[in-house]
Structures are given as C-alpha cells and as structure tokens.
Design a protein around this ligand. Structure first.
Ligand SMILES: [Zn+2]
Ligand SMILES: [Zn+2]
Length: 250
C-alpha cells in the first residue's frame, strides 16, 4: 500500500518535471527587461536596478534624496493631497521607478509573470528597516479592486505580501477592502487622492483584530494617496502604527 503511494507520488513528480521541461522548451524563460534566456530577471539587469540609497532617503516618506530636506512630504506637497501631515509613521521603497522597473511591474501585473513576485518581495524585504520588526508586526496588502482581480485572475497584492512574509517571517493579514475606484493610472496628483479617499475599509471590525503595528505593502508608491487612504482605514480600525514598504517609488 505504502509502496504504491510512493510510486504514485514519484509518477506525479516525474510528470510535473516533464511538463516543466516541455514548457521551458516551448516558452523558454527570458529576462523581462533585456530578453536574455535563462532567468525571469537576469543578474546583469538586477545589477543595474536603480536602488534607492536608504541613508539618503527621507526618513518619513521614503523619497529618494530627501534625508535633509524633503520636497515630497513638506506641508505644501501634502496640501496638494488634502493633508496636513503624513498619516503613516514611515515609508521605504526599494528602487526608483525607471523604465526597466516599470517593465518588471507590468510584466507581473498585466502579463502574468508571477515568478517576479518573489524577486520584488526580496528587494522589499531588504528595504524594510529591522526596527519595524522589533515589535510584533503584521503585513497587510493593499487590495486591488474587484474589477482588477477579475481582469488579472489573481490577487497581485496578496501574492506579493505572502512572499515578503515568507522572507522575513511575519504573518500576513488581508484585512483591507476597497470600493470600486477608477484606475489610478493616468490620474494627476489631486485626482488620485480624491479617487481613493475614504474608499478603503477594514473587513469585519470587531471580529478581525487589527494588529497594533502594521506594515502595509504595495508594489508602486506613486503619489502616496493610495497607501495614505489605506492607512486612514487601518488607523480608524485601531492600528497604532502603520509603516509602508513598496518595491518602487515614482
Ligand atoms: Zn536582463
Ligand atoms: Zn519626505
């Protein structure tokens, strides 16, 4: 009995490996940036990623080069988003949003190259300051709309956060929901803020315990209006501290 079970497992593993070989022959893995054969993101393209120097970034909003004087979270810039201060405690991003980075983000989200989630998660995990994890923290994804979920066929936010959680050994809680919003792409700074303002909610308050310390994870930080609106919902539901980590920063 045990022998036949082992045989079935072996046959299954063999069939899976054979299918992977066939798939690799028909659709060989290519770097999404340069097209080189072999890896989904090749090592020379990784070496050229525009990583953000965290020592020179703004310690509050994470803007590159904003360490001493930040033009992205000063009162004038925040006023443009309808805010007087940043709602989250602090934000970090791993890379600048360059053309190559945009290709990586799009390849995962819109062209179904889901192996990139692990790659992006690795750099997010590297950017998260160890101090954020000194207290028990929980990772929360920024949810996509129902329309985006239907279009892509998978929850890209949750998938990315799960990979980050595995790498830094933190639990994941998908507690946020978002009402239908217009696609943020193509909207200006003010319109983005208006589009997402008040659209997030925490599911099942009273049932779902919102942890005191949350690390909100998103793939791209553009104007910050999305993570700010998500932070508002988490704070309303009882989160005392909200940190934000993203792969790329526009
Ligand atoms: Zn490459
Ligand atoms: Zn700043």
């Amino acid at each position: 009995m045990q022998a036949s079970h082992a045989l079935r497992q072996y046959a299954h593993a063999y069939a899976q490996a054979a299918a992977e070989v066939v798939a690799e022959s028909l659709w060989p893995t290519r770097c999404v940036v340069c097209g080189a054969l072999g890896e989904v993101l090749c090592s020379s393209c990784v070496a050229q990623l525009p990583f953000i120097d965290q020592a020179r970034a703004c310690p509050r909003c994470g803007a590159p080069f904003g360490q001493h004087q930040c033009c992205e979270c000063n009162s004038f810039s925040l006023k443009g988003l309808g805010r007087s201060c940043l709602p989250f405690n602090s934000c970090v991003s791993a890379v600048h949003y360059s053309e190559d980075v945009a290709r990586i983000v799009r390849a995962r989200k819109d062209h179904d190259e889901r192996r990139l989630a692990r790659v992006m998660a690795f750099y997010i995990a590297c950017a998260i300051p160890p101090a954020w994890m000194e207290e028990p923290a929980v990772l929360v994804p920024v949810p996509g709309t129902v329309a985006a979920l239907r279009r892509r066929g998978f929850d890209h936010g949750l998938e990315l956060v799960k990979e980050v959680g595995q790498l830094i050994d933190l639990p994941v809680k998908s507690v946020l929901r978002v009402a239908q919003t217009q696609d943020q792409r193509g909207l200006g700074r003010q319109l983005r803020a208006q589009n997402v303002s008040g659209r997030f909610s925490v599911q099942g308050v009273g049932v779902t315990h919102v942890p005191a310390r949350v690390i909100l994870v998103d793939d791209v930080y553009t104007t910050g209006s999305t993570v700010m609106a998500a932070t508002d919902a988490l704070r309303e539901a009882g989160a005392a501290e909200v940190f934000v980590a993203s792969f790329a920063r526009v």
